[in-house]
Design a protein around this ligand. Sequence first.
Ligand code: PLP
Length: 365
Amino acid sequence: MPQTPYYLIDKASLRQNLEKVAYVRERSGAKALLALKCFATWCVFDFMRDYLDGTTSSSLNEVRLGHERFGKETHAYSVAYADYEIDEVISHADKIIFNSINQLKRFADKADGIVRGLRLNPQVSSSSFDLADPARPFSRLGEWDVAEVEKVVDRISGFMIHNNCENADFDLFDRLLADIEQKFGSLLEQVEWVSLGGGIHFTGEGYPIDRFADRLKTFAGKYGVQVYLEPGEAAITNSTTLETTVLDTLFNGKNLAIVDASIEAHMLDLLIYRESARVAPDQGEHPYMICGKSCLAGDIFGEFRFSNELKPGDRVSIQDAAGYTMVKKNWFNGVKMPAIAMKELDGTIVPVREFNYQDYEQSLS
Ligand SMILES: *Cc1c(COP(=O)(O)O)cnc(C)c1O
């Protein structure tokens, strides 16, 4: 066993998601690309590759990682490309999706050796959380004016539309897609491929996966397009834990337990969206507030129940630590960076990577 803290990627849990992704690809004819901004832990790419068609990206670093570590189809997207990076982006991608008509015009000639696309913004989304809502007022994410897009449609062969966010409701997905068809149908008819982005929780328990796949197939047939999905969270959900050890306990009107990790440094997304972490099984007579070891007052994973009183040395396993977690880890407070380990299909735990003082020191200068 590695020393805690460490992220533990469980291949058996990961495979459950991937098998659903593969099923949707099979049944719908859609292709599925892993969104690297959600999960870029490349030690499991060899394992994931067979279930997916490739990767999509949001920066030069990501498109390069996708090309070099994952292979297969590599889509490049960025909110804005810089002059100094565009050539390298193109060298790693087989499709490039521009966020705006201006960026398309600026770089279309450079990119004439690869497939080009444009991001559309239908101005409605499944998200009500402003920070993560691509359709928020004045959103910079994609073009919406059909007449303007019409003028450049001969320079592209496809569109990317990403307006779902953690959407676990098939009927809502269906309504949002119908809205896209109504707004952009005349454009969709003119291209060869449409990426519907990520944010669709189709690998979740009880999701009507057959209806979802059939809806994609109908959409593809209606416009004569190759559909792409860009699952991030859906591909890796519930596959990984953050394994920690209790360092101290206190009583301050509540029972507190401090663990050897930090929500600010190691699961930042939860803090940003003001969500509690999850601990399994979260049952028993003894409630504790599980706290991180950074000096941020609000470094708190959440309040959970345990079957025994906690004491130093006890293990606490924080659930669902793959998506938007490892990609956001940081060196706040210089807290020890969790190692990365994999649980193989036979149950063996294999340490993959440890981070040390040199990594901390080298992250700044
Ligand atoms: C964030 C993002 C994704 C992945 O979203 P998930 O919610 O993790 O599935 C896919 N495509 C684009 C364009 C994105 O911005």
